[in-house]
Design a protein around this ligand. Structure first.
Ligand code: NAP
Ligand code: GLV
Length: 313
């Protein structure tokens, strides 16, 4: 079995060493431009189009992340990029859910207890007590109730804040008020104080964090975007912050990464920026999952995490 690997930001030799220990029967190599030699599987993050060319025998492409939008975007712009018989397989959790729980919980508590405002007051040397938000009306809405959103919603329920969740198909999650489909979107948003985005980036969800959405939230709501920059209309957020409809935002993802030095978000005091770290791909956990799935496919057994190309996630 032959496997090609491509990841520009990683320590490739560590990945290859650990993958070869997990899959001793495999011949592993780092893909290089011009490499058209046969391969059964590809393990990639942000692979160039060329990697996929002339590979009718490729059985599966393992995406080293939960979101497959980068690969599907190439396929959308240049149909036929992905080999016709290859399954596209994404990471499922592999330690990302716990990281998202930590990040989202921190953001909700920071806003509920107004620690972000105390940071600003401290900067001005001011000793001032602020009236805390009431937990009972500090409703958190989680957009996307998949592998990551479900765990985040459950964890927030344990904080005893009201939690709502929104997905495409109906869900039942104990302690979480669930809403599904476009028809229930407005009801989901109505009165939400913290909106956390964990949707995949698809044509249906692009730009979903926009002025119309913000207007339906509670006045002075908070936005936490953990999914993709393309979900957010940046100008609409800046206007909503200016008007006070949105009180503050925590952003981990951006249209262009790294975020340009001259982007106004850097200079907007109530915008918190992190460099796409809310849930990182953990090597050990990812290799265990991918190796297990490769072996299952070799045995002809079904696996989970196969992307529905039509749906886009
Ligand atoms: P997932 O398991 O595929 O869950 C996606 C959820 O979104 C599902 O509940 C799905 O509904 C819902 N959804 C999709 N399209 C929708 C639509 N049009 N309307 C309403 N709901 C919709 O994905 P995941 O593993 O939780 O990951 C979510 C996203 O997080 C990834 O796609 C990625 O972009 C992002 N992410 C970011 C980081 C980071 O570090 N910033 C790290 C990992 C992941 P159904 O359940 O009904 O299908
Ligand atoms: C990271 O952004 C991922 O999609 O896993």
């Amino acid at each position: 079995m032959k496997i090609i690997f491509h990841e520009t930001g990683a320590d490739v030799s560590l990945w290859l060493d650990e993958l070869s220990r997990a899959l001793p029967e495999a011949e592993l190599r780092e893909w290089q431009p011009g490499d058209t030699a046969p391969a059964d599987y590809a393990i990639v993050w942000r692979a160039p189009r060329e990697l996929f060319a002339n590979r009718p025998d490729l059985k599966a492409v393992f995406n080293l992340g939960a979101g497959v939008d980068a690969i599907l975007d190439v396929e959308r712009r240049e149909p036929g990029t992905l080999p016709p018989n290859a399954k596209l397989v994404r990471l499922e959790d592999t330690g990302m859910a716990q990281q998202m729980v930590e990040y989202a919980t921190h953001a909700v508590l920071r806003y509920m207890r107004r620690f972000d405002e105390y940071d600003l007051l401290q900067g001005e040397g001011r000793w001032e007590k602020l009236k805390a938000h009431r937990r009972e009306s500090f409703t958190v809405g989680v957009l996307g109730l998949g592998v990551l959103g479900t765990e985040v919603a459950r964890a927030l329920d344990r904080l005893r804040v009201p939690v709502r969740g929104f997905s495409r198909s109906e869900k039942r999650i104990e302690g979480v008020e669930t809403y599904a489909g476009e028809a229930q979107f407005d009801a989901f948003l109505d009165g939400v104080k913290v909106l956390i985005n964990l949707l995949p980036h698809t044509p249906d969800t692009e730009g979903i964090l926009n002025r119309t959405t913000f207007a339906k939230l509670a006045r002075g709501a908070y936005l936490v975007n953990l999914a993709r920059g393309a979900h957010l209309v940046d100008e609409d957020l800046l206007l909503a912050l200016e008007s006070g409809q949105i009180a503050a935002a925590t952003l981990d993802v951006f249209h262009t990464e790294p975020l340009a030095r001259d982007h106004p978000f850097w200079r907007t005091p109530r915008v918190t920026i992190t460099p796409h770290i809310s849930a990182e791909t953990l090597r050990e956990e990812s290799i265990v999952q991918i190796a297990w799935k490769v072996k299952a496919l070799e045995r002809g057994e079904p696996i989970s995490g196969i992307v529905d190309l039509e749906r886009g996630y």
